[in-house]
Design a protein around this ligand. Structure first.
Ligand SMILES: Cc1cc2nc3c(=O)[nH]c(=O)nc-3n(C[C@H](O)[C@H](O)[C@H](O)COP(=O)(O)O)c2cc1C
Length: 307
C-alpha cells in the first residue's frame, strides 16, 4: 500500500517535507498545503512553498483551493508555468474562512462549480489532476451526488477523508460512508483520516485491499517513522523513533534559523514542530515546557533533555 503525506498548513511546508523525505522516507507523495489566491494574486507564502528549487528530488505534488473555474485556472496556470504536471485540487478543507466562501468542503455544495472545475481539467491535457475531498459539507449526499461528475473527470485518483466539513475533526471517521463511496467511484481511491499506528494502517488495508493508498497527516507528524515502519513490516523501538524526531528537529532548527529573522518568531515556529508529537514518546512535563517556554535558550536546553 502506498503511503501519502497529507498536507497541513503551517506544518508540512517545504522545509519539513525535505527533511522528512531525507531522514524518514517511506512516502509515495507529499502534497503541499493548498496554494490560494489573495487579492487576485498567488499568496506569497504559498508561492514560496511550491518553488521548484525547494521541492527538487522529492515526490511532490502541489495542491490548489478554488471556489470556481476562474480561480482554478489562475492557480493551475501559475503552477503549470513553474513546470508542474501533477496538481491536486482541494475539495475538503473545512476551515470556515474557506468553506463559507464555497472553497474546500464548501465547494461540495456547489455542483455547478465542481462541474466547471472538473471540465476545466480536461483542457489541460499535459497535467494529471487528483481531488482531495470530504463526504460533504453538511450531508454525505452532497459528496455522493458528485460521483457521476467525478467518475467522468480525468482524475488520477481521489483522496477521501470520510467526515463532513461541518464536523471539522470531531467524532470518528465514517467508514461505512467511505465504503459506499469506494463502491461507486471509478478512480483509484486513497483513504485519509485518523491513522496513527501500524494496526490502523492494517485495519484499513484489510477493509479495503484495493485502495491506491492511505494518506496520513497528524499520525506522521506524531510519529514521523510510521510509513518507514509500515514498509519495513516492523514497529521501531521507542528509542529509534525518538532519535528520528530529534534528527528531524535538528534539521528543522538549522534550516529555519537561516530563514526566520527574529528570535521570538523562530521560537514560535519551532514550537509548532511539537504540536502533534506522540505524547507517549516524550515526557509530558518536558513536552509542556518545550511547547510553552518564551525563551529560545530554555527551549533548546529542554530539547537536549529529550531521551
Ligand atoms: C492544521 C491543519 C491544516 C491542514 N491543511 C490542509 C491543507 O492545506 N490542504 C488539505 O488538503 N488538507 C489540509 N488539512 C487536512 C489534512 O490534510 C488531513 O486531511 C486531515 O488532517 C485528516 O488526516 P489525518 O487524520 O491523517 O491528519 C489540514 C489539517 C489540519 C489539522
Amino acid at each position: 500500500m502506498n503511503i501519502y503525506f497529507a498536507p497541513l498548513q503551517g506544518y508540512t511546508e517545504d522545509t519539513y517535507r525535505r527533511l522528512h523525505h531525507k531522514l524518514a522516507g517511506g512516502i509515495t507523495e507529499y502534497v503541499s498545503p493548498f496554494v490560494r489566491l489573495e487579492h487576485g494574486g498567488i499568496r506569497s507564502k504559498d508561492a514560496r512553498d511550491v518553488r521548484p528549487e525547494f521541492n527538487e528530488g522529492i515526490p511532490f505534488t502541489p495542491q490548489v483551493i478554488a471556489k470556481d473555474e476562474t480561480e482554478f485556472r489562475t492557480l493551475v496556470d501559475y503552477l503549470s508555468s513553474l513546470g508542474y504536471r501533477r496538481i491536486d485540487c482541494n475539495m475538503g478543507c473545512p476551515f470556515p474562512l474557506q468553506a463559507r466562501h464555497g472553497r474546500g468542503s464548501g465547494l461540495l455544495q456547489h455542483p455547478d462549480n465542481v462541474a466547471a472545475i472538473l471540465h476545466a481539467m480536461e483542457t489541460y491535457s499535459d497535467i494529471r489532476f487528483s481531488v482531495k475531498m470530504r463526504l460533504g459539507q453538511d450531508d454525505i449526499n452532497e459528496g455522493l451526488q458528485l460521483i457521476p461528475l467525478l467518475n467522468a473527470a480525468p482524475l488520477s485518483h481521489i483522496t477521501l477523508h470520510p467526515r463532513l466539513g461541518k464536523d471539522q475533526y470531531k467524532g470518528t471517521t465514517d467508514l461505512n460512508a467511505f465504503s459506499t463511496f469506494a463502491q461507486a467511484i471509478a478512480h483509484p481511491l486513497i483513504y485519509n483520516g485518523d491513522v496513527r499506528t501500524l494496526s490502523d494502517i492494517r485495519r484499513i488495508e484489510t477493509l479495503h485491499p484495493n485502495l491506491e493508498g492511505i494518506m496520513i497527516g497528524r499520525g506522521l507528524l506524531a510519529r514521523p517513522s510510521l510509513a518507514a515502519e509500515y514498509h519495513s513490516g516492523t514497529e521501531w523501538e521507542p528509542q529509534r523513533r525518538i532519535s528520528l524526531i530529534k534528527q528531524l528537529h535538528e534539521g528543522y532548527y538549522e534550516s529555519l534559523s537561516h530563514i526566520i529573522p527574529g528570535e521570538a518568531q523562530l521560537l514560535s515556529k519551532l514550537q509548532t514542530f511539537w504540536d502533534y508529537t506522540d505524547e507517549s514518546l516524550v515526557d509530558k512535563k518536558l513536552l509542556k515546557r518545550i511547547r510553552k517556554t518564551g525563551s529560545l535558550r530554555n527551549y533548546l536546553s529542554a530539547i537536549q533533555e529529550i531521551r
